[in-house]
Design a protein around this ligand. Sequence first.
Ligand SMILES: NC(=O)C1=CN([C@@H]2O[C@H](COP(=O)(O)OP(=O)(O)OC[C@H]3O[C@@H](n4cnc5c(N)ncnc54)[C@H](OP(=O)(O)O)[C@@H]3O)[C@@H](O)[C@H]2O)C=CC1
Ligand SMILES: N[C@@H](CC=O)C(=O)O
Length: 433
Amino acid sequence: MAKEEIKVGLMGLGTVGSGVVRLVMNHQEDLRHQTGCSITITKVLVQDIQKERPVHLPPGVVTDHPEELLHHADIDVVVEVMGGIEPTRNYIRQALESGKHVVTANKDLMALHGAELLSVAAQHHCDLFYEASVAGGIPILRALVEGFASDRITRMVGIVNGTTNYILSEMKKKGVAFADALTEAQRLGYAEADPTADVDGLDAARKMAILATLGFHTEWPLDEVHVRGIGDVTLEDVRFAAQLGYTLKLVGIARQDAGKVEVGVQPALLPNEHPLATVDGVYNAVYVHGEAVGETMFYGPGAGDMPTATAVVSDLVTVVKNKKLGVNGRSVVSPYRERKSKPPGEIWSKHFFRLRVADEAGVLAGITRLFADEGVSLEKVLQVPCTQEREAEIILVTHRANGEQLLHMIKGLEALPAVIRIQSHYRVEGGEE
Ligand SMILES: NC(=O)C1=CN([C@@H]2O[C@H](COP(=O)(O)OP(=O)(O)OC[C@H]3O[C@@H](n4cnc5c(N)ncnc54)[C@H](OP(=O)(O)O)[C@@H]3O)[C@@H](O)[C@H]2O)C=CC1
Ligand SMILES: N[C@@H](CC=O)C(=O)O
C-alpha cells in the first residue's frame, strides 16, 4: 500500500473536469499500483459553486477562490481544465512559480503561450504536460516526443477536431443539416465553449501549431498556420465529392520538405480509400510519416469527457512517477530548428472546383484550355444539369498544381464570361505525392 499521497488542485469541473474526477475515483487502485501513491483531488475551482455537478465531491472541496488552490502549500499538482487564455495563463504561471506541477488540456493557451509557460516550468523544475490538448484520447504528443525521438518527421496529416468531423460525418452519412449536427456535437460535450473555434478551424489550427512545434522541433506560431474552416461547406459539396469518390474532411496538414515547412488547416477532399477518409464521428486520427519509420497512424476519440480525462490523468501519472525519480522539469526538449516557411510556389496539391456555368456550347473547352495554359492537367470532370434554366454545374479535379498556379487558375476562372461563379474550391489531399 502506498504511504505517499499526491494532492491535486483541479481547475474546472465541466466536461473534462468531471471526467478527471470520475477517472481518478474509479481507477484509484490501479493508479496507486502504478505510481506508489494515492491521488486525492483536494480542491476544485469553478465559476459557479451553486451549479449542480454530475460528480460527487466532499463538502468544502469545490471553491470559487483560485487562491485556495494556488496558495495551498499542500497541493502538488494543478490540473487545468477550465480553458481560455486569461486568467488561466496567470493561474498556471502562479502555480509553476510556487513549485506546483501543471497538467493542462488547454490548446488555446499552449498554442499561444506554450513557449513562455514551458520556460517558467523549466526555471522552477516543474513538469508542464499537455497531452489532452491535441486529439483528446490519442497519446500523440507522447508518441512524437518519445516514440519518434530517433526519427525525422516529414509529414503529419490529421483529423484533429472532433466537432467538425462529427458534423461532416453526419452531413455525409445522414444528410443532416450543418446547424443540427453542430447542436448535437455541443450537446455531446465535444464543442468548445465558443463553437466558432471548432467551425472556423481555429481549434484544429492550435493543435497543428502544437504538433508542428513538437514534430519538427521548430517554434511554430499560431499565426503561421493557414486556416480555413467548414462554415461554407454545403451538403451539395459533400454529395458531389462523394459522387467522385471522395470524402470531405477538415484536415490539418504539416509538411516539411528540404527544411521548409507548411502548416495549414482546411476542408479537403480525401479519396475514399485514404485511411483518414473512414475516420468518422468524434474520432480523430493523425497520420505521421518519418524518414526512417515510414508511415504510421494514430486513431481514437478526439473529444468528450472520458477520452480527454484519460490523457489528463495519464499526464498526472507521469508527473507522479517523475516526482518519485526526482526528474520533474527535465523532460522538455526546446525547439532547436530554424523556422522556414514554404513559399506558395512550393506547396503542391490537387484541387477540386465546383463551377456554376452558362449551359452553352464551348464552355467546357474554354475551361480546360485555361487549365492547360497554366500547365495543369485535369484528372476528373463531371457536368451536371441544375434546376436553374440554361445553367449547369461543372465539377473538376486537377492533377497537382502549386499555390501560384492555383491563384492564376482562380483568377482565370473568375474572368471567363461563361463561369457564373466558383461555387466551391477544395484542396484534394493524398493519392499522389
Ligand atoms: N470537451 C472536450 O472534449 C475537450 C476539451 N479540451 C479542453 O479542456 C478544457 C475544458 O474543456 P471543457 O471541460 O469542455 O469545458 P467546460 O466549459 O465544460 O468546463 C469549464 C469548467 O471550467 C470552469 N471555469 C471556466 N472559467 C473559469 C474561471 N475563470 N474561473 C473558475 N472556473 C472557471 C467552469 O466553471 P462552471 O462549471 O462553474 O461554469 C467549468 O467547470 C478547455 O481548454 C478545452 O479546450 C481538450 C480536449 C477535449
Ligand atoms: N472542441 C474540440 C475538443 C477537443 O479538443 C474538438 O471538437 O475536437
